[in-house]
Design a binder for this molecule. Structure first.
Ligand code: SAM
Length: 245
């Protein structure tokens, strides 16, 4: 299969260092959201890795492998982050066509990866191929209900202006309103679930994590860099845990 050189990939190669600086900045919300939501949720869903071989695809700087501490850890990403820990294996890999042997991993994780390109089925087919039969696949997504699918009106009201019943691409997506622009593929959760089923992955659990805006605002002093006011509990991450059948 030939993988198209998409603008999404070009942009990631160009923006990876800026993304890294953002998520390591304790004064910014990405750091808070990972520490409070993404990391504990993934640790719970992935489970014990102390005796198994784990792939983190779209691994970034390898923080998740450090947190999971598997017996053997592999990271693949289209960008080679210099900070990737030496104790894990790294190779430049596009999740849509990876170089690993079939059934090589006991556990495969794709955290905040599948929203950056249109070839969802190809990526899930590859994730399934490299995972052992009976192995675990864990997917983390930005929650489909989170994204800015509308606009803030002068009175502060947020009005949804997109049709959330269908897929679309946000062309000028910026992570935390700062790093980008990226192409972001909005999909309903059902599309991800059905794509997993099509790929031959048995869904074991769906989970989500909501950011508590009271705590968030207490930490940052304001609610959102865009000026958007959010209150209560806001959907932030969605997780799918599967078994390869
Ligand atoms: C939002 S970051 C997530 C990083 C890390 N998984 C985490 O949860 O913090 C997305 C990562 O996916 C990588 N990426 C984008 N497209 C990819 C592809 N087609 N194959 C593999 N990695 C890709 C980017 O380079 C970037 O490191």
């Amino acid at each position: 299969m030939t993988i198209p050189a998409t603008r999404t990939n070009d942009v990631w190669l160009d923006k990876a260092e800026a993304y890294l600086a953002l998520i390591h900045d304790a004064d910014r919300d990405s750091h808070y959201l990972r520490a409070h939501g993404l990391k504990p949720s993934l640790l719970r869903m992935v489970g014990d890795c102390s005796c198994v071989r784990v792939l983190d695809t779209g691994c970034g700087d390898g923080w998740l492998l450090d947190a999971l501490a598997p017996a053997e850890g592999y990271g693949g990403d289209i960008y080679r982050y210099n900070q990737f820990p030496a104790r894990w294996h790294f190779s430049v890999e596009d999740v849509r066509k990876m170089s690993y042997a079939d059934e090589f991993f006991d556990v495969t994780v794709a955290s905040l990866l599948l929203m950056w390109f249109s070839e969802l089925d190809a990526a899930l087919a590859e994730i399934r191929r490299v995972t052992k039969s009976g192995g675990r696949v864990i997917i983390a997504l930005m929650h489909p209900d989170f994204y800015r699918t509308g606009e803030v009106r002068a009175d502060g009201d947020y009005v949804v202006t997109c049709n959330l019943g269908t897929s679309f691409v946000i062309e000028d997506h910026r992570i935390a309103g700062a790093v980008g622009p990226f192409q972001y593929h909005y999909r309903r959760l059902s599309e991800y679930v059905n794509a997993c089923v099509r790929a031959g992955l048995r869904i074991e659990e769906l989970a989500d994590w909501f950011v508590n805006m009271d705590d968030f605002v207490a930490t940052f002093g304001s609610d959102c860099p865009s000026g958007m006011r959010r209150t209560g509990k806001v959907p932030m991450y969605a997780f799918i845990r599967c078994t390869k059948v």
